[in-house]
Design a protein. Structure first.
Lengths: 301, 138
């Protein structure tokens, strides 16, 4: 039976990461607009989008499976749990979490996206779900390898230990192996949230938003919410895991914004990769870099 | 006014449908999204699927082959949704009104909320049309 404090933590995690995610999503759109010499939407744009989707009719295809309506809510629930466990290992209350659980939980939103897309029985959504699955297989390899570097440095796979150790030894991303690992994890995370160089699964021009093609109204709003929450949860995780987010609240916020700007810059300066190019990139170069970083970290760099 | 309706006026997602147009209006619609006009300021974005759209933007005369598809797409548009006819062809048929493939104008196939005439209409005219649609909502 979950303790009362964990229920409160989960509620807090939902509100906190939803707000942070919506605002981060706005910053993404606004920066993109400024980079393209446009004005861009106002700060409440994502809130208006969500609110509007709540009032729309929900269209369900006749041949859709039961997961079609369930998947968006499960996606939001899984991100909420991820955020709650991350917060509880930052605060060391009620309990600390292991890295392996975190890796599994961060994978769940993509899996629910695949489940929802493929149960909509639309051929384009099927193509999108297949691409998302291939992408998942390809970016998880360098992502997991790069997450092992702090484990090698700390000698523990508990998140709290890894966060605390950086207070003593300085941030992981300052050492050569840590920096390589951080950059590899950042690029893999770019694919996790489906940002532009790796957005083949919902390419608008070619497969008409792919996995999301049949979604409308409330379920669509929840998938969008899950995507934005994953953005903020993931960046928070990266900041605390590699960049010593424990050092102070203000510096943690500044580091969060820097990582977000890096993601937006990568998004705006790169064209969309084909699925085979993305797989070659992740299994080739990025995995090679991540392996090198592991060797370096064993040598003590 | 309901809160969701108010949010709808601030975030119109547009699905763009070409029904036998000459591509001129379509280019002017894309013009609205370029840095010079930038309709994302008002929350207007193009979406790839009709299920996610609030506005069905129709260009072209509405050919006989396209008429059933226009009807189908209109039925799939989640309500509340609106139809905007862009260009003289979709408003009245223009110079093609007596042509053999003509099934339109669009308003004889599906109910139209806003007409934006012009061959092609300027981006300013398209934005003015969308603003009048928002006025209708209020």
């Amino acid at each position: 039976m979950p303790s009362l404090s964990f229920i409160w933590l989960t509620l807090f995690s939902f509100v906190f990461f939803a707000l942070a995610g919506l605002l981060s999503g706005w910053l993404d759109r606004k920066l993109t607009a400024r980079l393209q010499w446009r004005v861009g939407p106002p700060w409440w744009q994502n809130f208006a989008d969500l609110l509007k989707l709540f009032g729309k009719e929900v269209v369900v295809p006749e041949t859709a499976g039961p997961l079609f309506l369930l998947a968006p809510f499960l996606a939001v629930a899984s991100v909420t749990i991820t955020g709650a466990l991350l917060l509880s290992s930052i605060w060391r209350f009620p309990f600390s979490v292991d890295l392996i659980l975190m890796i599994y939980l961060l994978m769940l939103p993509s899996l629910f996206l695949i489940a929802g897309g493929s149960s909509s029985s639309n051929p384009l959504a099927g193509v999108g779900a297949g691409r998302e699955l291939k992408l998942l297989l390809s970016y998880e390899l360098p992502f997991i390898i790069s997450l092992l570097i702090p484990v090698v440095k700390t000698g523990s796979s508990s998140l709290t230990d890894i966060f605390q150790k950086q207070l003593v030894e300085g941030m992981t991303a300052r050492s050569p192996s840590g920096l390589i690992a951080f950059l590899v994890a950042l690029l893999s995370f770019q694919a996790k949230i489906g940002q532009v160089p790796f957005d083949v699964s919902e390419a608008e021009g070619e497969i008409a938003s792919g996995v999301l093609i049949e979604y409308s109204g409330l379920p669509l709003a929840f998938f969008k919410l899950a995507r934005w929450m994953l953005l903020s949860v993931g960046i928070t995780f990266l900041v605390f895991y590699f960049c010593s987010g424990m050092a102070g609240r203000l510096t943690a916020i500044i580091k969060y914004l820097i990582v977000l700007v890096l993601i937006v810059l990568v998004k705006n300066t790169n064209p969309r990769l084909r699925i085979d190019q993305a797989m070659k990139f992740f299994w080739g170069w990025l995995s090679l870099f991540a392996m090198t970083a592991i060797l370096l970290s064993f040598m003590g760099w | 006014m309901k809160l969701t309706t108010k949010a709808l006026t601030k975030s119109l997602w547009v699905f763009h449908l070409s029904t036998g147009s000459c591509n001129n209006c379509d280019i002017e619609i894309l013009d609205c999204l370029t840095p010079r006009y930038d309709v994302e300021r008002f929350g207007i974005v193009l979406v790839g699927s009709i299920r996610q759209a609030d506005v069905l933007l129709v260009t072209g005369i509405g050919t006989k082959k396209n008429a059933p598809r226009i009807k189908k797409l209109y039925q799939q548009l989640p309500k509340p949704g609106f139809v905007v006819a862009v260009g003289t062809c979709s408003c009245s048929g223009g110079i093609f009104r007596d042509g053999y493939p003509m099934a339109g104008p669009i308003s004889s196939i599906i109910p139209v909320d806003v007409w934006i005439p012009g061959c092609p209409p300027k981006p300013e005219a398209i934005i003015a049309g969308i603003v009048s649609l928002l006025g209708k909502l209020k």
